[in-house]
Design a protein around this ligand. Structure first.
Ligand SMILES: Cc1cc2nc3c(=O)[nH]c(=O)nc-3n(C[C@H](O)[C@H](O)[C@H](O)COP(=O)(O)OP(=O)(O)OC[C@H]3O[C@@H](n4cnc5c(N)ncnc54)[C@H](O)[C@@H]3O)c2cc1C
Ligand code: FES
Length: 407
């Protein structure tokens, strides 16, 4: 055999080996990708606490404990005990409470706050971030409810509270759990994390927690203790603007925001459930990115703490761009042509001088519930509060047809 033939043999053998190796690698990757897309069947929520016999209307609670949760004191936890001493119905990790607050000056406020711990029989915990004024000219004043809770509510104070509610709840499956939190969006995920580590010891859990720097991390000591104790819990602190003295690897894991390339790098290709809670911008970028990655719709769960407009790839209900539809506000005697730029029917009503009471403005509290006299509305996402038949939640819906509202 000539040396040229030998060389060709060697090159041919190397090419063959490489082809076989790449073929196997591609096959494995494809199998993982299929697993990610297809998932492992529907979640079976058998382990989750059953929905307890919740109370109707408002119930009195006393603050039993108040704790600061971050370095700057911007987030406070409140431990609430029922005044009647009766046991509390269990809730599903991820649900929230609705509070009725009466600040000394100003009108009563209704606000929702996620339960931030796993269910206990004798108390609930919520964790509230103070919303500061961002403009000295008072164009964006300090948040009314959060300031009132931080400044005026302490141990012994009484609060009126509605039973736990909400559809943003942990699934009961054993599939890997990926929690993606931005800022104060950590609260419902803390509850999911605590419950899952207590009750699903075999479940792999990732928490990617995005904040600007270490001063904003809520319950850092507890998170690190949990990561130390549970090898199946993987804590990833992501700082977008670390302080000069903060070191990667010691004070935080990743520099920057939570983005898909980071998740692709850190997560195994396995059919996981993703739970996201954070600012609208975070949800608007991450939800479509997860969909593009191949995560099935039913495995992406998210919640925003205010009106958010996350666009999903799934077909949207018709009507959201239904310019030209006429909305009649029967009690106010106004008839106005719908403008989609208004966003929600609530904002549209307010812009046209029609008053509708509101609280959370996110479909959670039911304060804006309004009777539909005629016509139909569309929701981009099922609201957390189930309106009575024949009524709608104007804060999160738009007209689908010409519409008459009792407002
Ligand atoms: C399901 C759900 C769960 C939630 N869970 C939590 C939680 O766990 N923890 C938490 O901290 N929050 C949570 N929230 C958010 C919470 O309900 C409140 O929205 C938040 O505390 C702010 O309320 P506030 O009364 O302090 O602010 P608001 O007084 O309602 O003000 C909100 C914003 O509007 C601005 N603003 C007010 N008036 C004006 C004006 N006239 N002109 C211009 N800007 C104005 C303020 O500057 C502020 O930035 C949750 C919300 C929902 C819907
Ligand atoms: S204001 Fe809370 S549901 Fe509309």
């Amino acid at each position: 055999m000539t040396s040229l033939a030998l060389l060709l043999w060697i090159v041919g053998a190397i090419v063959l080996q490489l082809t076989v190796f790449l073929g196997i690698a591609f096959w494995r990757h494809w199998q993982d990708y299929r697993a990610l897309r297809v998932g492992a069947g529907p979640a079976v929520p058998t382990l989750l606490p059953a929905e307890g016999a919740a109370w109707q209307g408002w119930r009195s609670f006393r603050i039993e404990r108040k704790e600061v949760e971050d370095v700057d004191g911007c987030v406070c936890s409140f431990y609430l005990q029922p005044v009647d001493g009766e046991p509390l119905p269990p809730f599903r990790p991820g649900q929230f409470l609705t509070l009725h607050l009466e600040p000394p000056a100003g009108e009563a406020l209704v606000r929702c706050y996620s339960l931030s711990d796993s269910p206990a029989a004798d108390h609930y915990r919520i964790s509230v971030k103070r919303v500061p004024a961002t403009d000295v000219t008072a164009a964006t004043p300090a948040g009314r409810a959060s300031s009132f809770l931080h400044d005026r509510i302490g141990v012994g104070s009484l609060l009126q509270v509605r039973a736990p509610a909400g559809h943003f709840c942990l699934d009961g499956s054993d599939d890997p759990l990926v929690l993606l939190a931005g800022g104060i969006g950590i609260t419902p995920l803390l509850s999911m994390l605590a419950w899952s580590l207590e009750r699903q010891p075999g479940r792999e859990v990732w928490l990617f927690y995005g904040v600007r720097n270490g001063r904003e991390v809520v319950r850092r000591a507890q998170l690190e203790a949990l990561a130390e104790k549970h090898p199946n819990f993987h804590l990833h602190l992501c700082f977008s603007a670390p302080l000069p003295q903060e070191m990667p690897g010691r004070d935080y894991r990743h520099r920057g925001r939570i983005e898909l390339p980071l998740l692709r790098l850190e997560l195994p290709l396995a059919p996981a459930h993703f739970y996201l809670c954070g600012p609208t911008a975070m949800l608007e970028s991450l939800v479509p990115a997860l969909e593009d990655w191949g995560v099935p719709d039913e495995r992406i769960h998210f919640e925003a703490f205010g009106p958010a407009s996350v666009r999903r790839k799934a077909p949207q209900p018709p009507g959201e761009s239904a310019a030209g539809l006429v909305v009649s506000f029967v009690r106010s005697g106004k008839e106005v042509r719908w403008q989609p730029e208004a966003g929600s029917l609530l904002a549209f009503a307010e812009a046209n001088g029609v008053r509708i009471d509101s609280g959370c403005r996110a479909g959670g509290c039911g304060t804006c519930q309004t009777k539909i006299v005629a016509g139909e509305v569309a929701y981009r996402q099922a609201p957390d509060f189930d309106p009575q038949p024949g009524s709608c939640l104007p804060c999160v819906c738009t007209p689908k047809t010409h519409l008459s509202l009792e407002a």
